[in-house]
Ligand binder design. Structure first.
Ligand code: MRU
Length: 356
């Protein structure tokens, strides 16, 4: 499995390479990122996407942006660091991991400045701290995914049908994914199960990415259009739902790819457990409920066309919210690297988030 596992982000000799996910499954093309502006565009255009992957790309984007700023005195270097980080945070607003990761590297650099108590000279040592922390976030994500997999493995019983939505897979992280992590580990152990991947309109992450990466790993995956999920539930073919998350509010309300809420409602109607797998960096206790989560609105063209081909009349009105919010009450449990979070979400999420 590991040799076949696709890597969406590669950091090598100080260079950042992103696998252009907009070209999958037809072409596997890595694109070298030469400027912070290019990284911003790659996030916005979803060449790199998925909450943890956006966070990793974002901190490397900051590393690239700050590269020629080391001659600045430390205070000016810090001011520039804040500016560039604010710029990157605006690329995609819903997934909290990006903000979390950028804040984390900034806090680390700030702490190293405080320790050195130096206000003169250049900022080479601060820049070195920035690189080290960005690399650490990347490395840690691989381990986090594995732990999510280990914690989620207990829910996969032989012969199960698992429905997933969008792509919370290896492509969306620095490891074996979040929702897919228990699947990869179960497959490695020889446990038989099958996955139903919803295509996930409008951008088709389920069809283009999840179906591709699971099939590539030899996992039994069946692709369905989003409107087919209901008949699978009605026919008793879905034993469990496993999805990822972009932001979890303090009360358990969860933003994930548009369409997730509909699946959660179906799961409740048919008494099927609904699990959300995520790193604890996706938990945002500063946001009280899902109502306060900013939902990214994307270009209407994603709705009026498919694969670059127009499918709707010119001039038709369109809305394109990229995410929806599933109320915590529809979620059976959260699967994290630090264990399972079950109800009561309010206190349990706060406790686990405080441990990071
Ligand atoms: O718009 P995307 O493709 O970035 O949305 C991705 C999702 O909604 C994922 O489920 C989520 O980011 C979790 S990825 C581990």
């Amino acid at each position: 499995m590991s040799s076949k596992r696709v890597k969406s982000i590669r950091w090598e000799s100080g260079n950042l390479y992103l696998l252009d996910q907009t070209k999958l499954p037809h072409q596997m093309v890595e694109e070298k990122q030469n400027s912070i502006g290019q990284v911003w565009d790659s996030i916005k255009q979803m060449k790199v996407r998925g909450a943890p992957a956006i966070a990793i790309a974002g901190v490397y984007g900051l590393v690239i942006g700050m590269k020629d700023k080391t001659p600045l005195p430390p205070q000016d270097f810090m001011a520039e660091l804040y500016n560039q980080s604010d710029y990157l945070k605006k690329s995609r607003p819903t997934a909290v991991n990006l903000t979390w990761a950028l804040n984390r590297v900034i806090n680390k650099v700030k702490a190293s400045l405080k320790k050195s108590e130096s206000t003169a000279g250049d900022s080479s040592s601060l820049y070195k701290t920035l690189i080290q922390e960005a690399e650490m976030i990347h490395r840690e994500d691989e381990d986090i995914c594995k732990k999510i997999g280990e914690n989620g493995l207990q829910f996969i019983m032989p012969g199960m049908g698992i429905l997933t939505y969008c792509n919370a897979g290896a492509l969306a992280t620095g490891g074996i994914g979040t929702a897919t992590a228990p699947m990869y580990l179960a497959h490695e152990k020889g446990i038989p199960f099958h996955v139903f991947a919803c295509e996930s309109r409008p951008v088709l992450q389920g069809a283009r990415l999840t179906a591709w990466e699971l099939q590539r790993a030899g996992i039994d995956v069946t692709l369905i259009t989003d409107n087919m999920a209901s008949i699978l539930f009605a026919r008793g073919m879905v034993d469990m739902v496993m999805v990822g998350a972009d932001r979890v509010a303090a009360n358990g309300d969860t933003a994930n790819k548009i369409g997730t809420l509909g699946i959660a409602i179906m799961a409740q109607y048919y008494s099927v457990p609904f699990y959300v797998a995520l790193p604890i960096s996706t938990i945002d206790v500063a946001t009280a409920t899902g109502r306060e989560i900013t939902i990214e609105e994307r270009d209407g063209e994603e709705v009026t066309s498919m694969g670059g081909v127009r499918i709707a009349p010119e001039g038709v009105k369109v809305i394109n919210p990229a995410f929806d919010v599933t109320p915590g009450e529809l979620i059976t449990a959260f699967i994290t690297e630090k264990g399972i979070i079950s109800k009561q979400f309010n206190s349990n999420l706060a406790e686990i988030a405080a441990s990071r």
